[in-house]
Design a protein around this ligand. Sequence first.
Ligand SMILES: Nc1ncnc2c1ncn2[C@@H]1O[C@H](COP(=O)(O)OP(=O)(O)OP(=O)(O)O)[C@@H](O)[C@H]1O
Length: 335
Amino acid sequence: MIEARGLAKRFTAAKQTVEAVHPLNLDVATGELVALLGPNGAGKSTTIRMLTTLLAPTSGTAYVAGHDVLRRPRDVRLRIGCVGQGNGAGLGHRGRDELISQGRAYGLTTAAARARAAELIASLELQGVADRVVSSLSGGQRRRLDVALGLVHAPQLLFLDEPSTGLDPQNRARLVEHVRRLRADHGTTVVFTTHYLDEADRLAERVVIVDHGRVIADDTPARLKAAHAGDRIALAFDDERAARTAAARAGGVEGAAVERSANRVDVRVAGGARIAPRLLGEFAAHGAAAAEVEVSRPTLDDVFLNLTGRSLREESGDRAAADDGAEDEEKESAA
Ligand SMILES: Nc1ncnc2c1ncn2[C@@H]1O[C@H](COP(=O)(O)OP(=O)(O)OP(=O)(O)O)[C@@H](O)[C@H]1O
């Protein structure tokens, strides 16, 4: 469904060059549900904009839904849906009318566009919402309407750029459910970006982690966690002496990474739940009984931390910093 080879984008602005996307190879098979994950400014949106024909690559090629994004942008656009970071619907219009006009723009007859709008309203639970003007809708309702707009022409491939940003947890969960159902019911291939690591973990079958414009990992969430992050055994002791003894004992466990800070010890190791009871017994036998213990499974953030030495969470706060001072010199391909 997607075959990108050496796809790259360089922006030049105010005598500064930003390598937004380094030559990137990406294959997405039909029906896959793929998350692009990375900190602000990593190059996720730029990648999606190149794949959706909105931005011309500096170099490289990409076939999307069977067509070359540079040579056959129209054919690509007819086959894909794209929900960007902004709202797609006109604020003064009713959602249903927006859906119908979008259907007409894709060549459906008025009757077919009406039927399609009704179908999407039902499947995205927009009854009662679609007949109000867009400006009166909540963020979550608008986001669902945006997704519906992206689906009017029944695309084979749907791109969602941060679909859940700004939504409350309940609406995020609903959107995730809708995306899942979409794939189950229609076999739609979905590529989405997100800053929510738990969302990528729960929804995606495959996670492509991007950092500084490069793909640094690409696998299922489970395999990424197994390969790059162990379970975490967090321990607290009554005093520092006990913590030091425990850290030394834990250091003897094969493959364990141990960190101590005052009376706290963190052990990263595969199979932590199995290893923890044995360790606790060993600590106690050496006069260093633990006061508290917590075993947690790794997250995708632990994977990122392990790969880059930085936390995705620390970096996802300041969007403005990533875009700072960059004038827009991109070349938009004609609509
Ligand atoms: N039009 C532009 N002109 C100049 N630089 C740009 C432009 N668009 C993006 N960039 C730069 O390219 C890099 C990648 O940006 P991009 O928006 O693709 O990142 P992202 O991973 O989508 O980030 P976010 O999570 O914040 O949306 C950043 O350094 C950004 O400042």
